[in-house]
Write a protein that binds this ligand. Structure first.
Ligand SMILES: Cc1cc2nc3c(=O)[nH]c(=O)nc-3n(C[C@H](O)[C@H](O)[C@H](O)COP(=O)(O)OP(=O)(O)OC[C@H]3O[C@@H](n4cnc5c(N)ncnc54)[C@H](O)[C@@H]3O)c2cc1C
Length: 373
């Protein structure tokens, strides 16, 4: 029996994704891995999903979307993550840039960018963090100065995932010096091949290159590439972060490892402690899936569920941390090769509670929202 949240259409979508990922995996076109939404980049696979209406699912049909619900999208993203499929090429654009432009962008910007995300042609990176502005994002120093016909951007972003593959960047920049640092920020869409943009690789603990430093030197951005209102960037980016934090990737990044652990536990029938541990992990995953479903339902009601998404990410990170801890106590983890599924998951795990907002910062956000309500 399928206990997945959602409707019959979700079951049909799940089936379609399972058939597609099985076909590609069996043909050797990808190898399942943990963290595939961040690290496994294959433009061809993303375009295949686009052609089948499996990205931009919630966008209006007039912009190349499928006009479906966030709950249906959740069914598809869960299946892609469970399959460890190579989805990094479209993940950021589909998850948060399309929705941000649809919520706040001008008609001109929507018509220019959203259909290109839907077709898989626009690959986005996220220009938020800076060397001195990670958790304290409102302290960004990158500036955008108004000039004739647009803006001139100068500054330096860091930890920019997939910037070396991206066609476009989302950028948070300061457009005015204000007393409150949360004021005077604005959001932009930039072309990564614009003059003055340079990308330097950062190789991570696992020896992989997925993030980068990006520098902007007098980069011209046309006026219509501002997202929403000039100076309203903070309020808009906080909303956008609920789309970034509120998805299944916050609890299913290490799902391929969890499956291996359960398979291993079946072989170690006498290890009651391991069985009890896995039982509690599976129960927690069921709760997290319910939370994901609630966040998706809130998005379907037109909300940007900032607090619920932060709670989901906080709890999801703790869960994924414990999946890795469970792995550590099995024989499987004695000397995993760096490029094995376990090796990759172990090396990726320190980032779980940092990316998308550090755990302590999420707790502060949840507490502040609670105090206001
Ligand atoms: C795998 C990965 C991918 C990423 N991809 C991107 C990307 O594509 N684009 C992008 O813009 N950024 C990206 N980031 C950056 C990420 O958003 C930041 O790492 C994160 O916001 C934390 O910022 P920081 O690294 O500057 O750490 P800091 O802000 O320096 O924090 C360091 C430590 O101090 C603690 N701390 C900080 N402030 C507080 C506080 N107020 N209260 C309590 N504790 C605090 C934090 O919990 C943390 O443990 C990525 C990060 C990772 C790990």
């Amino acid at each position: 029996m399928d206990h997945s949240p959602g409707t019959d259409s979700c079951a049909e979508l799940r089936d379609r994704v399972r058939r597609l990922t099985t076909e590609w995996r069996d043909a050797g076109r990808y190898t399942p891995r943990s963290d595939s939404w961040l690290r496994s980049f294959d433009l061809e696979f993303s375009k295949e999903l686009a052609a089948r209406g499996l990205i931009a699912m919630t966008y209006p049909k007039e912009f190349g979307g499928a006009g479906r619900t966030n709950v249906e999208r959740l069914a598809v993203t869960e299946e892609l993550l469970r399959a460890g499929a190579p989805v990094a090429a479209h993940w950021i654009g589909d998850r948060q840039i399309g929705p941000a432009i649809l919520r706040h962008g001008s008609r001109e910007l929507q018509e220019e960018i959203v259909p290109r995300i839907a077709s898989g042609d626009a690959v986005f990176c996220l220009g938020m963090s800076e060397p001195e502005a990670g958790s304290d994002l409102a302290s960004v120093r990158t500036t955008a100065e108004q000039v004739e016909g647009g803006w001139l951007v100068n500054g330096h972003k860091i930890w920019t995932t997939q910037a070396h593959h991206a066609t476009h960047a989302y950028l948070l920049a300061r457009t005015a010096r204000t007393e409150r640092k949360h004021d005077g920020l604005s959001e932009f869409i930039l072309d990564m091949d614009a003059e003055g943009v340079s990308v330097t690789p950062i190789v991570d603990l696992a020896g992989e290159h997925h993030f980068n430093e990006v520098r902007f030197e007098n980069v011209f951005v046309p006026a219509h590439r501002v997202v929403g209102e000039v100076g309203n960037g903070w309020r808009q980016v906080v909303e956008q972060l609920s789309f970034e934090r509120g998805g299944a990737e916050r609890s299913l990044s290490s799902y391929p490892v969890l499956v291996e652990l359960i398979t291993e536990a079946a072989r170690q029938a006498d290890d009651r402690e391991l069985h009890a541990l896995l039982g509690s992990l599976v129960a927690r995953l069921a709760v997290l899936r319910r939370l994901c479903f609630e966040v998706a339902s809130a998005m379907d009601a037109g909300q940007a569920p900032v607090q619920q998404a932060a709670a989901l990410k906080y709890l999801g990170n703790a869960f994924e941390h414990d999946v890795i801890e469970a792995l550590r106590r099995t024989d499987l983890c004695q000397e995993p090769a760096v490029d094995s599924g376990f090796g990759q998951a172990l090396l990726a795990s320190p980032a779980f509670s940092l990316r998308g907002g550090a755990a302590e910062v999420l707790l502060s956000l949840i507490a502040r929202q609670e105090a206001r309500s």
